[in-house]
Structure formats: structure tokens, C-alpha cells
Write a protein that binds this ligand. Sequence first.
Ligand code: GDP
Length: 297
Amino acid sequence: AAVFDQLSTGLEEAWTKLRREDVLTRENMKEPMRDIRRALLEADVSLPVVRRFVNSVSEKAIGTGVIRGVKPDQQLVKVVHDQLVSLMGGDAVSIEFAKVPPTVILMAGLQGVGKTTACGKLALFLKKKDKSCIMLATDVYRPAAIEQLVTLGKQMEVPVFEAGNQLSPVEIARKGLSEAKKKGVDVVIVDTAGRLQVDKGMMNELKQMKQVLNPTEIFLVVDAMTGQEAAALVAAFNLEVGLTGAILTKLDGDSRGGAALSIKEVSGKPIKFIGEGESMTALEPFYPDRMASRILG
Ligand code: GDP
């Protein structure tokens, strides 16, 4: 995909500069490290994250010495790969289910990031894993959101609980949860009310939703196109509401990839899923090692 093209090209330049070297030294690493730094900044990774990354790569690369049969450029590629994986959280973190069903998944996010779409995608993902789902339509502030969720539900044959926009999101959540319990479904996916910007009202509403629903997962849906801003949002929501992870959408667009690289490091929370398209099947669990391989081309 185009997301990491620019980053890959930038990193490629770094390896090229080591092609004629026999060993990695502090001296011959200077220019390649500058290329890596520039490539990451251009990908919109935040400056503190870039600094820590570059430092840990230099340390590891210079420390490894010469491995027999491995050229310095390949050695640096390997170190960068491993550090990218660790930057993105190391092992993949899969979705967690409640010991006693239903598992409640609270989906938060600003308007337009792809939250409602992600609810539908997640329902289909779980359905394929033989989990029965219900979706709760509590996004009462965006006029089309309820209708959109109902349409997605019909399309995938997943029930949707909605109560129009006369009740508050918290009241709809409470009713929806008892409906879910009555039906005996495995998973409740809650499309919460987004806002154009982060505000107190939104945070307070999420806190109340959390109290009423006792969710196992609280995901912030963020748009990859917003780069390092996405990571800052995950950190902010996590501080206010407490998250279990992020869903990164629109990785199919021409974003520069900085969000994928920064979220874990900036917020401490893992990316659990990535969205790469508008279709309901365009959702995948996030694997740091696969993403690192994609970046390195
Ligand atoms: P919400 O306001 O956060 O609920 O956003 P929506 O779910 O309505 O999505 C906003 C727009 O982004 C819609 O046109 C979606 O089709 C589109 N969208 C959502 N996820 C993705 C994605 O992963 N890739 C692309 N290209 N578009 C997406």
C-alpha cells in the first residue's frame, strides 16, 4: 500500500549508504541514522518518539558487532525491523472477552474518523468467529449515524438496538444492555456519540457509559490521516476515560503512517485493529511484526 512508500524509500537510502562498509561504526552510522530520523519525521512520527527510536537503533546496531555472513546494511535493516516491532508494542494484543457474557465493547471517537463503520466491521469480524452480536446506536448527535448503523446491521444480519435520538446516550445504553442480556448475545458493540472536537461533555458521557455498561474493551477509533495527532488523542482519552486499545482506520488512504508508529509509545495503549477500506471486511487485527515488514518493504 501507499501508506509507507515514502517511509520505505527514506529508509532505503539509509541502507544504501552502508553497502560498501564492512562493519557498523558510530562514524559510518551517522548518515544512515540521519536518514532514518528524517524518514520517521516525514512519516509524522512525533519528535520524542523519533529520538528514542533513533537512539535505541544506534545502540543496538553498534553493539551487535559483525555477524558472520551478514553485511552491515542487512544488519541495520534487522535492527530497525526489531525496533519497529517493539515500538508498535511487540506482540499482537487480541480482543478480550468477558468471563461472563455479554462482553461489552465501547467504541469512542471523534466524528468522521470511521467509528460507526468500525462498529459494523467489528460485528462482522466477531460473527465470523461464531460470536453473536448486537450493536447499540447511541450516537444521537450525528443525525445519520443511527440510520447508518441500522443499515449496516441489516446488511450483515446483526441486530441493532436503537431508540431514536430522544433519549440520552446513557439511557439508550442501559436499555440496550438489558435487551442484549435478554437475547443472550455474546458481544455488545456500542457506537457512542462522537463530537467534532474533544470536549468535557463527551468525556463525561463516556465515563457514565463506562459505569453503566462495565465494558471489557474500550476502543478509541482514530483516523490514520491525522498522523501523530491520532496518538495524542489516544493518550488524552486514555487519561480521561481509560482505554484498552485503539482502532486505527483509513490506513488505505495516503496517510504517512506516523499514527501506526506512535500510538503505543505515546499512549501506552496498543492498536488492536486496523481499518483499510470502506467495505465491512476491511478490518484486521494489528500485528506489529507484519506492519514492520510492510514498512521495510
Ligand atoms: P464516524 O463519524 O466516526 O462514525 O464515521 P463513519 O463510520 O461514518 O465514517 C466516515 C467516512 O469514512 C465514511 O465515508 C466511511 O466509509 C469512511 N471510512 C471509514 N473507515 C474507513 C477506512 O478504513 N478506509 C477508508 N478509505 N474509509 C473509511
